[in-house]
Design a binder for this molecule. Sequence first.
Ligand code: FCB
Length: 484
Amino acid sequence: MTEQPMTEQPMTDRLSFPRNFVWGSATAAYQIEGAAHTDGRLPSIWDVFCQVPGKVRNGDTGEVACDHYHRMTEDLDLMAALGLPSYRFSVSWPRVIPGGSGPVNHAGLDFYQRLVDGLLERGITPLLTLYHWDLPQALQVRGGWTNRDTVDRFVEYAVAVAAALGDRVPGFTTLNEPFCSAFLGYASGVHAPGETDRHAALTAAHHLNLAHGRAVSALRSVTAAELSITLNLAHLYPASDSEADLAAAEHVDRIANRIFLDPILRGSYPQELLTETKHLSDWAFLADGDLAEIAAPIDSLGVNFYNPTTIAAATEQLRGQLAGRWQNDPEGTGGPSQWPGTDLAYAIPMPGPHTGMGWPIVPEALTELLLRVHRDYPGVAMVVTENGAAFDDVVTADGQVHDADRVDYVHRHLAAVHAAIQAGADVRGYYLWSLLDNFEWAWGYSKRFGIVYVDYDSLARIPKASARWYADAIRQNSIPALGS
Ligand code: FCB
C-alpha cells in the first residue's frame, strides 16, 4: 500500500493577509474627545443636537465622552501595547476653525500635532479623517450642508489641517459617511442637525460630494499624502424576486450608494436618480463643472460595513406597520422601517443572529460588497475603514470583559475580507470600530463598540478579550481559519 500524498492537506490552519495589509482601529473626535469647551473649541451641530430633548438616548452628550482630549497619552500607550500598526481618527473642525470660517485656532490644532507626534513616536501610522459629522454650528445657522458656501469653508479647513500635518500624516480621508450627514441629518432627522426635508438631503449630498472633490484637488498642492473618502455602502438584498422589490432595491442602491460612488468614481450621477427624485428636487444645485470637480482622482476608497439590509417596495400594508416607528430602532419590535430619503422603499428586519444594535450578522455580505465595488468600479483600491459590533459587555468579577461575541464577529468579518482579497478585490487594510467604547450618536453611551471597555464613572480603560484577540491577529498577520 502506498501512502496518500499530503499535498491536499492545508499547510496551515490560519488565513494569512497580504504582506503590506494595514491593520488598525478607528475612532472619531466627537465620540471620544470630550473637552467640549477647552482651548477655544466652539459648538458643533452635535453639541446643539444633544441639547434637544428626546434626540439622544438618556440625554447623553459628548461633553466629556472618553475624555480622550486629556487622556491622549494613556490612549496612545494603550494602542502601542496592542501593537496597533495604524490609527484612524478624526479632526474636530470646531476646534481648528471654531467659527466655521476665519482664523485658525492654534490651540485646537496643537492637540492634533501632539496626537500625530505621539503616534509616530510609537510607530503607529495615522489615518486622518477631516470630517466625521461635527460641523461648526456657526455654519449650520447659515444652512449647513444645504448652503453651497459650506463647500469652500470645508476646503479652507482641510487645507489648514494639511498645512500643519500633511508632512507627517500619510493618509487623509475627506469625509466619513456622507450618506449619514445628508440623509440621517437632513431627511430622517435622527442625526444632527435633525432636519426632515428630502430636498435638503439631496442638496446636502451634492454639496458633500463637491466639498470632497474640491478638497482633494486643493490638498494635492499642500500634501503628498494619499487621499480618500469613506462611504458606508449599503449591501442590499431584495425582499423577494418580485419586480417591485427588485426595483426598490435598485432605487435604494442609487440613493444610498451610487449617489456618491458614481460622481466620485465615474464623474456622473445615475440618470434614473435624477428622474426618480424629480418630485423632491429640481437638482438646480448641480452647477456646470461640479461633476468634473467631484471626480478628482482619489488613491483609495474607504468602505464602512456593519450589516446588509433587506429592501422591499413600499406598499400600503407595510406603510401601516411602519406607523410611529423610529428609524433603525431595534426596539421598534421588528417591523419595517422607511429607508431615509425616500417613500418608495422599506428596510425589512432580517433573521438573527443580531448584534446589540439589532443589526443582523451576515459576514458574507462584506465579501459580496467588496467584490461588487471591485466589479463595478474597476481598479479602485479599498480599505475597510470601519467594521465592528456593539454588544452588552459586562465587567465580570475577575475585572475582565469576556466579549466572545465580538471576537466571533470580527473573526468572521476578517475572514470575509480575506475571501474578497482571494477573489481579486484590492483591499489594503482593515480598521476595527472602535478602539474605545464611546458616544454612539443618537444612542448615547448605551451601545459599546470598543475593543477597550470604558468605565464612564472613573473613565478607566479595560482592554476586552477582543483587544487581545486582535493584537494576536495583528502580530501574526493572519487569523485562524474559520472552524479550525
Ligand atoms: C458608523 C459611524 C461611526 C460609528 C459606527 C457604529 O456609521 O461612522 O461613527 O458610530 O457607525
